[in-house]
Write a protein that binds this ligand. Structure first.
Ligand SMILES: Nc1nc2c(ncn2[C@@H]2O[C@H](COP(=O)(O)OP(=O)(O)O)[C@@H](O)[C@H]2O)c(=O)[nH]1
Ligand SMILES: [Mg+2]
Length: 349
């Protein structure tokens, strides 16, 4: 099968089939990924993260809609959306809900929407997400939006695999500072207070700005009124200061603020490219994804090498303090260094 040809011709069935292969981690899927990898690295990867219910799916839909209906006479861009929600079962309500929210985009050939299956470990979801992005990138989508639930470390890591990260908050949640995890703020390139139609939006904006200041990163100007005025890309090109994380307001259900948000996303991409940070992030992204692949592969191999009974047996001894953790490790994960040393000595002779 000529996957590159099929993907690039916009064959939606081929894209969907390959995504399933990738999700199931099949040998065919891996072979296809080998084939398509040289054709990746062109799309703008945008992560959208935040707590359940803040309006991520609604917002993603509106960003995609803005890409498809540019106001400034530019050509529409093609968009792929990947929704990752490990908190909801595969055929659960959230995914159906997402489909409903995304109905604004239905029938549009320039948009591809995929909900990731959420079976299996988070590590597996992260891997599948990285690879799904590769598939959609090779398929030539201009922008790939990845929606993840910002609930834990793994989601933060998924978010770190995109180039521009939007962290979404909503009024009410923002009052409870605990809801805003510092770790999540750290990964934000753009902060969005969605549901700005609800009371408390101002406080949430202020709370976020205060947290940005506490974090020591230069905060953007407080945007008065609505919609917010995005800074122009030129501003970042001319000044040598880093990116100032803006706090923007949106009302996704009324499609308000989405065009401004898209402009900010574009400005951030331009900033990344002009400052050289894009290459830096890309390097980090590649290393992180590969590191994960190594970890996952080694653990899988190890699990296959030891029977569950053997592991159980050693764990029992560990529990009874008959073995220390390092002794258990020596038994279950035999040290490879001595053998390497032997080989080295043999080579020296
Ligand atoms: N009032 C209000 N409700 C919104 C807004 N955006 C989304 N919602 C609603 O919030 C709920 C959760 O939205 P959803 O996009 O599924 O959130 P997600 O879980 O973060 O993906 C839905 O009922 C939406 O209709 C908004 O701007 N204002
Ligand atoms: Mg959602």
């Amino acid at each position: 099968m000529d996957w590159v040809g099929a993907l690039q011709s916009g064959n939606r069935l081929a894209i969907a089939r390959l995504l399933t292969q990738v999700e199931n981690d099949t040998p065919q899927g891996r072979a296809a990924l080998d084939e398509i990898f040289p054709h990746t690295g062109k799309a703008h990867l945008v992560g959208v993260t935040g707590a359940p219910g803040v309006g991520k799916s609604s917002l993603v839909t509106q960003i995609a809609w803005a890409c498809r209906h540019p106001a400034d006479g530019k050509a529409p861009r093609t968009v792929a959306i990947i929704a990752v929600d490990p908190t909801s079962p595969f055929s659960g309500g959230a995914i159906l809900g997402d489909r409903v929210r995304m109905r604004d985009l239905s029938g549009d050939e320039g948009v591809f929407i995929r909900s990731m299956a959420t079976r299996g470990a988070l590590g597996g979801i992260a891997r599948a997400t990285v690879e799904a992005v590769q598939v959609l990138d090779a398929a030539g989508f201009d922008m790939i939006l990845v929606e993840t639930v910002g609930a834990g470390q793994s989601e933060v890591e998924i978010a770190s695999l995109t180039q521009t990260t939007i962290v979404v908050e909503a009024p009410g949640l923002g009052d409870d500072i605990q809801a805003i995890k510092a770790g999540i703020l750290e990964i934000a390139d753009i902060l969005v207070v969605n549901k700005a139609d609800l009371p408390g939006a101002d406080q949430t904006v202020l709370a976020l700005r205060a947290m940005l200041n506490l974090g020591g990163s230069p905060a953007g100007e407080l945007h008065h009124g609505f919609p917010t005025e995005p800074e122009t890309p030129a501003r970042h090109a001319e000044t040598d200061v880093g990116w100032e994380v803006p706090v923007m307001r949106c009302i996704a259900i009324k499609r308000e603020g989405a065009a401004e948000l898209l402009r900010m996303v574009d400005a951030h991409y331009q900033y990344l490219r002009q400052s050289g940070e894009l290459r830096q992030r890309e390097w980090g992204r590649i290393l992180l994804a590969f590191d994960r692949l190594v970890q996952q592969t080694l653990v899988e191999r190890w699990r296959k090498s030891a029977t569950p009974e053997r592991i159980e047996n050693v764990m029992q001894k560990l529990y009874r303090r008959e073995l220390s953790p390092y002794q258990a490790l020596d038994i279950l994960v035999p040290e490879t260094t001595p053998r390497l040393e032997v080989e080295e000595r043999q080579q020296q002779r």
